[in-house]
Design a protein around this ligand. Structure first.
Ligand code: LMR
Length: 388
């Protein structure tokens, strides 16, 4: 078996973690993988998470299995946060190992429910999106999404591409804090996409992995809710890895939304069967932490305040980049952890070799890796690299 396998290149983004770690230069800068860092470069555990963990250590009296659905209290607690006032009965949820687990289930459900449907993904998008859906046998198509030179969404091109989708095809949309570009749709643009998706009978899959890190908890869910209101059925892949800082605990959920009870129940039974075949039951700890926080008003308030501090810091770094880099003014209108700079692979390599700055090969930077004070040096290096 092993000899029949083709060797696989290591994941480019994850490889950066190791390369950065083994770089001895003291002034090195890690703008690679998407984790939040505070102004001292740390990724601390939220105080609300620590408090919830203390409660769990004291109060949890069994580690017995929960079932393929995972922690039902966690799913219940997430619903109002994610869906607002939408009728609870219209949504089926299952806990998943991170947003990646949710996407994998979404991919398999799409392949099973609509074999042959194409999935339209943004160009660019999170590189793992393509791998996850292709691994489930889904055929991909792309819609133009971003122009790196002007740092703006190529909205007309996006709409033109989606207008070529056949009825029944699917479209993957990122709800907020677009990875890798940071460029999100405006409310009006979301409305236009919602109308188009409904009109053409497309099946939306929305990846919401950064709620609360962009325009705020409610606003980051707005685009997704507009899409859901326009279509008969959709999937939402959700992650708590970033907005609760639970990264390695792998805490996510897949939600199916549909106002037709029989169809929703069919989707639910299939999602549970797929979860059982993939991992049987999701890991418990992260979801138990989120449930504990969201069901305790003091902890929920503490968590929301910590998240808001993170959001504000990202806004400050964006403002500093926009102030110091004349061609980076648009960054202040973008959201979340990422921006995608117009750099070639060669320039990204020189950033690393000459300046000890680590970023993804696509030119994506994680803004949380910068402090406001470090921005002028970063911009100087960036401008040196871009000189012809
Ligand atoms: C990222 O894009 O950096 C994160 O979502 C981490 C990952 O798994 O790629």
């Amino acid at each position: 078996v092993f000899s029949g396998l083709a060797p696989q290149a290591p994941d480019g983004l994850l490889a950066l973690i190791g390369a950065y770690r083994s770089d001895p230069r003291p002034d090195k800068l890690d703008l690679g993988v998407g984790v939040y860092r505070d102004a001292r470069g740390r990724t601390p555990v939220f105080a609300a998470v620590k408090a919830a963990e203390r409660l769990l250590v004291e109060g949890q009296d069994t580690k017995a299995y929960l079932g393929a659905e995972g922690d039902v209290g966690y799913l219940e607690a997430l619903r109002p946060l994610v869906f607002g006032a939408r009728a609870q009965a219209d949504v089926f949820g299952v806990q998943t190992p991170g947003g990646t687990g949710a996407l994998r289930l979404a991919a398999e459900l799409l392949a099973a429910g609509r074999p042959g449907a194409k999935l339209f993904v943004g160009a660019p998008t999170w590189p793992n999106h393509e791998q996850i859906f292709e691994a489930a046998g889904v055929t991909l198509a792309t819609y133009d999404y971003f122009d790196a030179a002007s740092q703006t969404v190529r909205f007309e091109a996006m709409i033109a591409a989606l207008a070529t989708a056949a009825p029944g095809d699917a479209v993957l949309l990122q709800g907020a804090c677009h990875n890798p570009t940071g460029a999100d749709l405006t409310k009006d643009q979301w409305r236009t996409v919602a109308d188009l998706v409904a009109e053409r009978g497309l099946f939306p899959i929305i990846d919401l992995a950064y709620q609360g890190l962009g325009r705020g908890l409610e606003d980051d869910a707005l685009g997704m809710r507009l899409i859901l209101a326009a279509v008969p059925e959709a999937l939402v892949a959700y992650s708590c890895d970033k907005n609760f800082g639970l990264y390695r605990e792998r805490t996510g959920a897949l939600f199916a939304a549909c106002d037709h009870p029989q169809r929703l129940s069919k989707a639910g039974s299939n999602i549970l069967a797929l979860a059982r075949a993939n991992w049987s039951m999701p890991p418990d700890h992260g979801a138990a932490v989120v449930r504990t926080i969201l069901s305790d008003s003091d902890l929920a308030t503490m968590w929301a305040a910590e998240l808001e501090t993170m959001r504000q810091r990202l806004i400050d770094v964006r403002a500093a980049l926009a102030n110091h880099g004349p061609d980076l003014v648009a960054l202040k209108d973008q959201n979340g952890l990422f921006a995608c700079l117009p750099l070639t692979q060669h320039q990204v390599g020189r950033f690393r070799d000459d300046h000890a700055v680590y970023l993804a090969g696509s030119g994506r930077i994680n803004l949380a890796g910068l402090t406001v004070e470090a921005v002028p040096d970063f911009i100087r290096a960036y401008q040196t690299l871009r000189q012809p």
